[in-house]
Design a binder for this molecule. Sequence first.
Ligand SMILES: Cc1cc2nc3c(=O)[nH]c(=O)nc-3n(C[C@H](O)[C@H](O)[C@H](O)COP(=O)(O)OP(=O)(O)OC[C@H]3O[C@@H](n4cnc5c(N)ncnc54)[C@H](O)[C@@H]3O)c2cc1C
Ligand code: FES
Length: 1291
Amino acid sequence: TNKVDKIPKYQKYQTLHYSANACLLPLCQLHGAAVITVEGIGSTKTRIHPVQERIAKAHGSQCGFCTPGMVMSMYALLRNKPQPTMEDITQALAGNLCRCTGYRPIVDGCRTFCQVQSSALHFSACYSASLPSHYALQEKPQLFDKDDFLPLDPTQELIFPPELIMANPQTLTFCGERMTWVSPTSLEELVQLKTSNPKAPLVMGNTNIGPDMRFKGVQHPLIISPTRVTELFEVTQTPQGVCLGAGCSLSEVRSLLEKLVPQLPEEKTELFKALIQQLGNLGSQQIRNVASLGGNIMSAYPNSDLNPILAAGNSKVSVISSGGRREVPLNQDFFVSFGKTILKPEEILVSVFIPFSRKGEFVRAFRQAPRKESSFATVTTGMRVFFSEGSRVVQDISIYYGGMGPTTVSAAKTCAAIVARPWDDETLSRAYDILLDELALPPSAPGGKVEFRRSLTLSFLFKFNLEVLQKLREMVGLNELPEKMQIKPLPREIQRSLQEFQKQIVKYFLLIQHVSKGQSNQDPVGRPIMHRSAISQATGEAVYCDDIPKTDGELFLALVTSSRAHAKITGLDVSEALQLPGVVDVITSKDIPGKKVQIIVFDVRSVIISVDVCSQVSCIGQMVCAVVADTRAHAKRGAAAVKISYEDLPDPVFTIEEAVEKSSFFEPLRMIERGNVTEAFKSVDQVYEGEMRMGGQEHFYMETQSMLVVPVGEETEFNVYVSTQWPTLTQVHRDTWTPAVTLDIPSNRVTCHVKRIGGAFGGKVTKTSILASITSVAAWKTNHAVRCVLERGEDMLITGGRHPILGKYKVGFMNDGRIVAADIQYFTNAGNTVDESVLVVEKILLHMDNTYNIPNLRGRAAACRTNLPSNTAFRGFGVPQSIMVVENMVNDVAVVLGRPPDQVREINMYKGLSVTHYKFEFSPENMLRCWEECKAKSDYSARRRAIDQFNQQSRWKKRGMSLIPIKYGIAFAESFLNQAAALVHIYKDGSVLVNHGGTEMGQGIHTKIQQVASRELHIPPSKIYISETSTNTVPNTCPSAASFGTDANGMAVKNACQTLYQRLEPLRQKDPKGSWESWVRAAFFEKISLSATGFHRGPDLYMDWDKMEGQPYAYYTFGACCCEVELDCLTGDYRVRTDIVVDIGRSLNPSVDIGQIEGAFMQGLGLYTLEELKFSPSGLLYTRGPSQYKIPAVCDMPLQFNVYLLSDSHNPHAIYSSKGIGEPVLFLGSSVFFAIKDAVAAARSESGLVGPFSLDSPATPERACLACASRFTQKIPDSKPGSFKPRALNI
Ligand SMILES: Cc1cc2nc3c(=O)[nH]c(=O)nc-3n(C[C@H](O)[C@H](O)[C@H](O)COP(=O)(O)OP(=O)(O)OC[C@H]3O[C@@H](n4cnc5c(N)ncnc54)[C@H](O)[C@@H]3O)c2cc1C
Ligand code: FES
């Protein structure tokens, strides 16, 4: 996000400040505008801006990759409104994504700009006198101190540069390599241009044309930009309505209408209000700031939010061409087909007339989207009905839908069935049937979700019906009609369905631990120290891989990937690519001087394929070769010009079921059993069998895979700058596919440098090393520096993600709730290579007990080999899938027994000194404390009762609640990975440089390590610096993964610092009054080494799969989470409240740890309720960007989000009694899933459906709504499986 300032003529030369997405802003469009980026508003060299400071100090920056965008969205808001409301803030941030923080701290930092911080909102991270005694603190631990903040002084902001204030009446023309851009200044000239170039698009906001050019390769030789034609921005009011210039941005339209509404009689503003509502949900602020009204209409999107409501409201457009002006009604004839209207190509839309509504006219708009905000609607609608005064007989009605076909559609037959009839149940129930028929979709319709979309059309009409009934009752009066015609008040249980969900304003409470009494004020351990790079991240100074300046002669690498899932390559023609400007070379496997195979863990297979070996491709997105060119654009063009011919091979395998049928597995399959499951089933009261399917997840790290390989010049030496969690794997690792091995050179010639990573979540281990190998071959062959940075779509296509899973279980239990036996089978969809899939499978089995002591427990697990892109490590490494199946099983047991799930959970929990199914002894005491505390803090029992009462009184909104525990094993079962090393230098001036093997990816490891070094050396953190992670300072590193980074590296740094501190001891004794600097100086002169290595030999963990026993973890992190949801059963939309208690031992840094907890929870919420990967029937990933794949945004934050760190917890197995926290809480996001399931169960009981039911994960609005089995969803006829080709695979 950047901020743009413009002084347009149509705004009478007043400065307009607005935020905009840089990726969609054409440079030519910015002629005469001032663009301010994050670097422009403040810097550490001059003065940081209050927004930068507050987001950083409120701990709103973790990996920092999203931070500049957040800062600029907030900055743009403050330029327009220095004292914003919370609603302004959440709106301003709605279009910015963060994958690390969970948003709460970002909002919290921004909240400090609100003048009125209502007490309801102002839950600071503080101690509360009413808390139990063990929380009584000697000091008030706050996560940040507001009083420290710089004040915001709007008079000090940058002014619009006077040199840009110039009238530029001439036509502007910019000519590029393949395109010309013309910007006329008058309507006349515009008409002429369009007449002679009817195919040239008119680019206003570029939000339709831009993505097509950027992502679909659409080329336009001529672009006309009418943004300086003032006639397109004129606004006039007539007695019938308002006429808005087609060029007005959607933000301008919204604020114009918002200004008009209070000035007009209420009855005139029905359409305006419906439009305002749609505009509030359309896209994001950044999109609305640039997207034009005319552009939205002319784009004729099937799911445009404006077109249905404009059409239902009888709007008209005025168009001009060389043939003159004409007015065209926006009705069913206007939208012809996908992206097409009836206007002629040379016609220009000048203005849109929006009429006032009349007395007796009601207009409403509804929409349902995959995510509440910043998401195109699944279905959207505009509805208008007109009654003459005192009558409930419909005089006129129009209903339009978006998302129900290739373009906006009119429900004309439905309207015909309603018009001239009284608005009552009889008319409406006929209307539902006609609507269902009229807007039928074939089962494989583009866009999928067919049943859901059809049910939404009915739900929206039903909602409209309820609102109209309310209004009619007010309008017609109670007793004016004969009894039969009277309108009864809506029953209370229905009225609740009309209530809007609460606005997204988050309340929260954080409970952190206090440091011990005797701890010195200087010792930072246990204190909420800000992420050490947060300020640089907020000012844009932080350097990520792709920020490294271009070196002389540097080349860019673009990948060519397979477009077939299972085929033989029969030809590869690179000749055309090599002819293109800038293209230097095409890299194939023939160019690899070293090993051409990849051995990540168990499997052997080639990475770069070439035709000479008649190679096979085994998934769409598999890397075939790579093009290197002088620029990114040229490399991309070159890659697009490479021609590959294929011969398809029979029977690709995509789904788990297909893999199971063909026994397509990666060996070894794993099994574990304790007790005697088969025997135990014979003695139980009841047996239940069920299954659970769970989709995968895209890492969606904000920084895509990025690397730069620089040949150093002599003796085949390379510097690799790379965004990886495991520098050593990217340098060399046994037989792996890494630069050194690929190039057949020793590891001492390759140095990997990792400054920071813009998010990783497990996705930057194996995949990064493969990409770095290919880039290294290119650098070696060309002898130039080569950069490779994947685009989002490529990254999603190529690199895989979390394993989807199918879990099948048989469970035996007693009528008192005790689970006696369980037999669980797990099948993961691993994709086309094994990667780490067998290790994932093992972790799945090791966590299948979660917190339950099931005496007879059997687990079998397999990694299915399929023709999909290979999946890999992802935060939690199989655990979120494993426990999900188990918790679903426990839930089913509760439903079968008719008991609350939390009781069944409690009955089966480990108690006292316990032994897991792999014979590992542990104490569940803190696990039970988390559970009990979560129950108490969330006021579980009272709220449960309130929920039951609410559900009795509400028909279409239902509430649900769940309480979910977790026990998560920390460290690597592969013992050799439990080690770490460090190298600490003290320089003569007393400054300290710490090197260790962990990588900083937002989890705050460098901040915590700085705290450790500070404590051990007894110096303030400001004297300690961590520059990067590199293989030439600390060799043979282990991955920053398994929530073990700080445990291992913290101990290694502690060890090195203790050595150094000891060395200085004689000098301290000699000069006890001296300073750190004086002792260091003296040490130098006394020839004492001021550099030391440190090492941590971690626990000897193991797992013996033959004996089915082991000690695979050092210890457990425990937690519990309670979520409550309110679900709109008609649409599947919901709101959440969350309480989490986590045992993280003694927190090294509560702000960092809470950041990890909140961020992991939100990523879990995404996994279990929102994020859906969709593949085409031929194995192509459809969801390759943020518009198709939705990760949680600000709007998804729980409305109340409380986090409590368990007090009085100690852990002898990790540094300073802390615990690993990166991964465990992700699973607790499933609490939202189970709360939704609980609410769905309440809805189903209204339809007489009781007992267990299946709800797959993620519980998207679609799944939740359909599972409610309402009378509307039940109307949708089932499509017979096998009678059609589904649009997407059920992998
Ligand atoms: C991330 C994102 C989210 C979005 N979410 C939503 C959403 O939730 N709901 C929704 O309805 N829309 C959504 N949109 C679509 C967005 O509203 C439209 O792309 C936008 O309104 C188009 O306007 P524009 O000025 O950017 O058009 P441009 O891209 O500049 O032009 C689009 C087309 O309109 C034509 N055109 C523009 N002006 C005129 C004119 N005056 N006369 C004749 N032809 C003209 C152009 O020739 C071109 O073909 C979203 C878009 C993005 C990128
Ligand atoms: S801090 Fe937001 S994406 Fe990492």
